[in-house]
Design a protein around this ligand. Structure first.
Ligand code: PEP
Ligand code: MG
Length: 595
């Protein structure tokens, strides 16, 4: 039967490979909900969930007010500071919460409706008081009520995104990394957002979760309603709305080809990533949080090349302390005996925010308080983490990786801090690994240019190409408006990687790449030819990269790099890389981006 609605094709930016066909769920349509005044009734089995939602919204509001209070502490006088105390009293008002909970239980009202009805009664009673002071307090109650309602809406919407009974494709204006981390993996089979770029952390998470995704899909949201059928083509960065039967057939066939290719590639999982002339490249996995370990085992990665610890801190009401982190790192080490595990210290800031860490808003977050800058300015956070890592190092081959190092002085500061912490652990009589490898990310051009000095102090380098490209070309990695300018094949980027690899070689330390280039088959010959010895990527990206290495010779890779550096022209580099992949691994070339 011919579809009644007209098929529309939208082009965005490919973010995570794969094909998904399913009805749409529009996430973030809560704006409609916020202004809605309707009373919402619930089913009796949802009473506990609604009460929990209400409690969480109070908790979040309390944290928000306390954060505001502490951020503004120095600039407020006593009377102003007391206003926040009064706001906290409203949040903690027992009578208010008892009334709301009783309305949820007895009248089966949603948390939002119950809270709104109760608070409106309070506000109208206060506003009609003869006492001017009490009348003015109505404004305070309204202010706090708005905060609580916003949290209720946020939580309700997240809850909606998080649980489905059928497969869906989520379409949103934006999904933050923490929203993405909470997506219901068993039912969300694809997503498209209007913002973002391939190296934004939302896209990185999509690859790690193996969910086909397209980003930078401008103005798609308003063209859709919940339940519309769509196809996500994560290879070519397309979304097809109301696909006609021929398109569905074409994509069903493409999905089958993708599955055939993947199962064929998986047969090579246990084979060494060795070039045809005998050079072995270590293939490692990037991990976001701890629930990816099973995935790593299946992928046959030789270890973890990048553990992004910020995901341990995300979406948590309280920050994990030293002991909690120690247990996580210890479990990780014990679950991968004999395998290297590179754990990167907290890298929040930029596009990764978290309420519990409460970062102040900055005009240029990627150039501001991010990663070790934050760690050095709020040392308690970093110290807890380093102590936990040193202690967990006793249970396996844990290596510490510092993000965003830009100077020798910074590295010296970090190494000194480590020595101090070791002394503290000795005093506390706790065992720790005194001989852990300490590495740094090469992700800022200044670090690549002084790599020779840094290599004398670090045990290894890991190229963070996502940031290296952003900082070299001055192109925001998460801004879809400049995504076309984000060009990892730019000769300047290649020269910086070459400089870091050269310094590593001369100082006899090893070098890996853990940015997204490592998992992009198009770049495999370049990275290998530049002398990168280890590639770390999301587990799903390992099989194609492994095949390419096994069909590549180091001689060929080095000669490619020589030509590319001589020409210093990104169009030339792209065409040479595409031509090489199409020759040695045609099925991968065909599936990926169509080259
Ligand atoms: C990078 O910058 O390449 C990297 C691996 O770190 P992140 O993407 O977390 O900034
Ligand atoms: Mg980085």
């Amino acid at each position: 039967m011919v579809s009644e609605k007209k098929e529309i094709l939208f082009h965005g930016i490919p973010a995570s490979p794969g094909i998904a066909i399913a009805p749409v769920y529009l996430s973030g349509s809560q704006e409609k909900h916020i202004v809605s005044n309707e009373s919402v009734l619930i089913l009796p089995e949802n009473i506990e969930t609604e009460i929990e939602l209400f409690r969480q919204s109070l908790e979040q509001t309390r944290n928000e007010i306390k954060d505001l209070q502490s951020t503004l502490r120095d600039s407020l006088d006593e009377r102003e500071a007391a206003i926040f105390d009064a706001h906290l009293l409203i949040v903690d008002d027992r009578m208010l919460s008892t009334e709301v909970i009783s309305l949820i239980q007895k009248k089966l009202l949603s948390a939002r409706t119950a809270f709104k009805q109760t608070i409106e009664r309070y506000i109208s009673a206060m506003s009609s008081m003869p006492d001017q002071y009490l009348r003015e307090r109505a404004a305070d109650i309204q202010d706090v009520a708005n905060r609580i309602l916003a949290h209720l809406d946020g939580l309700a919407d997240k809850k909606k995104v998080a649980s489905f009974s059928e497969p869906v494709i989520v379409i949103a204006r934006d999904l933050t990394p923490s929203d993405t981390a909470t997506l219901d993996r068993s039912h969300v089979i694809g997503f498209a957002i209007e913002t973002g770029s391939p190296t934004s952390h939302t896209a990185i998470l999509a690859r790690s979760m193996k969910i086909p995704a397209v980003v930078g899909m401008r103005r798609i949201f308003e063209r859709l309603t919940d339940g519309d059928k769509v196809i996500i083509d994560g290879y070519l960065g397309m979304v097809i709305i109301h696909p006609n039967p021929e398109t569905i057939e074409f994509y069903t066939e493409k999905l089958c080809r993708q599955e055939r290719l993947l199962s064929e590639l998986e047969k090579e999982n246990r084979m060494l990533a060795e070039t045809t002339d005998g050079y072995v490249i270590q293939l490692m996995a990037n991990v976001e949080g701890i629930d990816g370990i099973e995935e790593i085992r299946k992928s046959c990665a030789e270890g973890i090349g990048l553990f992004r610890t910020e995901y341990l801190f995300m979406n948590k009401p309280v920050l994990p302390d030293e002991e909690t982190q120690f247990q996580v790192y210890k479990t990780l080490a014990e679950s991968m005996p004999g395998q290297p595990i590179i754990i990167r210290t907290l890298d929040v800031g930029g596009d990764k925010f978290d309420a519990a860490i409460s970062l102040p808003k900055e005009p240029n977050p990627f150039l501001g308080m991010r990663a070790i800058r934050l760690g050095l300015s709020r040392p308690e956070l970093l110290k807890n983490q380093l102590r936990a890592l040193l202690r967990a190092g006793v249970y396996g081959d844990i290596k510490i990786l510092f993000p965003m190092v830009s100077s020798v002085e910074e590295l010296d500061g970090l190494l000194n801090l480590l020595e101090q912490l070791k002394d503290e652990l000795r005093e506390r009589d706790l065992s720790f690994n005194d001989d852990m490898d300490i590495g740094i990310m090469i992700e800022i051009p200044s670090a690549a240019l002084i790599a020779d000095q840094l290599a004398k102090k670090a045990d290894f380098f890991s190229i963070g190409s996502n940031d290296l490209v952003q900082y070299t070309l001055a192109v925001d990695r998460s801004n879809e408006k400049v995504a076309k300018l984000y060009n990892p094949m730019h000769p300047a980027v290649i020269e910086l990687i070459a400089a870091a690899a050269g310094a590593a070689r001369e100082n006899q330390i090893w070098i890996s790449c853990c940015g997204e280039l490592a998992g992009d088959p198009l770049f495999t010959p370049l990275l290998v030819g530049l002398g990168v010895q280890e590639l770390s990527m999301s587990p799903g990206a390992l099989p194609p990269v492994r095949r390419i290495i096994r069909r590549l010779s180091m001689r060929e890779a080095e000669s490619l790099v020589k030509d590319v550096r001589r020409e210093a022209n990104s169009a030339y580099t792209a065409s040479r890389c595409k031509e090489l992949i199409a020759r040695i691994a045609p099925s991968i070339a065909k599936m990926n981006k169509g080259f």
